[in-house]
Design a protein around this ligand. Structure first.
Ligand code: GLN
Length: 212
């Protein structure tokens, strides 16, 4: 079983822990840099990206986590977590930083002040079967996707039609919405599979390194 951390500084941590455990992973909370050493992947939950950014620095986690991500730690960011994994942010506050890694530009609170929250059904690449019911809460959307990132889903109807809300780049996955609140664990299962694949590739690399 892969061990997947949930960044537990702010946001809906518990829901992600439950969704991960229902998806075949061992979930552990991450608040300290040394806790990054024992995880095979990390979930960055929704919450408030500006607050999580400040707390990452206060807990001296920002640099160690950024290093782990650059070294290939798989990560899944939901909502505020998507913002933290994005290379570029529109509508951020002065001085807001992101961990980066995803070659995307996100717009914070993009869906408008009137509609703080909305729900819709999405087709997501890599998730066969019924559409995924997606809950958006003061969510960002992906305004621009660079050549390294891959679009997994866009809104299909309504005023936000065409807006990109799920992306992947190698071991990094991000959604504008909150799959952890619906009881549908397919997005978490997709991430657990990404983590398993990364572990397998690393094991192969080690073997090749040892024999070659
Ligand atoms: N609006 C929040 C932000 O900018 C994200 C909201 C959420 O994670 N539900 O960080």
């Amino acid at each position: 079983k892969p061990t997947i951390g949930v960044l537990a500084l702010q946001g809906d941590v518990r829901e992600h822990v439950l969704a991960l455990e229902a998806s075949g992973a061992d979930a552990v909370l991450v608040r300290r840099a040394r806790e990054l050493e024992d995880i095979d992947g990390l979930v960055i939950p929704g919450g408030e990206s500006t607050t999580i950014d400040k707390l990452l620095r206060a807990f001296e986690l920002f640099e160690p986590l950024q290093e782990r991500l650059r070294a290939g730690l798989p990560a899944y960011g939901s909502c505020a977590g998507m913002i933290l994994l994005a290379d570029r942010v529109l509508g951020g506050i002065a001085g807001q930083r992101t961990l980066g890694g995803l070659d995307i530009t996100v717009r914070r609170n993009a869906f408008g002040r009137q509609v703080d929250s909305f729900e819709t059904d999405l087709t997501i690449d890599g998730i066969p079967g019924d559409p995924v019911h997606a809950v958006f809460i003061r969510a960002p959307w992906v305004e621009q996707v660079g050549p390294r990132a891959e679009v997994l889903s866009a809104v299909s109807g309504g005023p936000a039609a065409g807006r990109i809300v799920a992306v992947r780049q190698g071991g990094l996955l991000a959604t504008s919405f909150h799959p952890e609140v619906t009881g549908d664990t397919r997005v978490h299962k997709l991430f657990v599979q990404i983590v398993r694949d990364a572990l397998q590739v690393r094991a192969l690399d080690l073997k090749v390194g040892a024999t070659g």
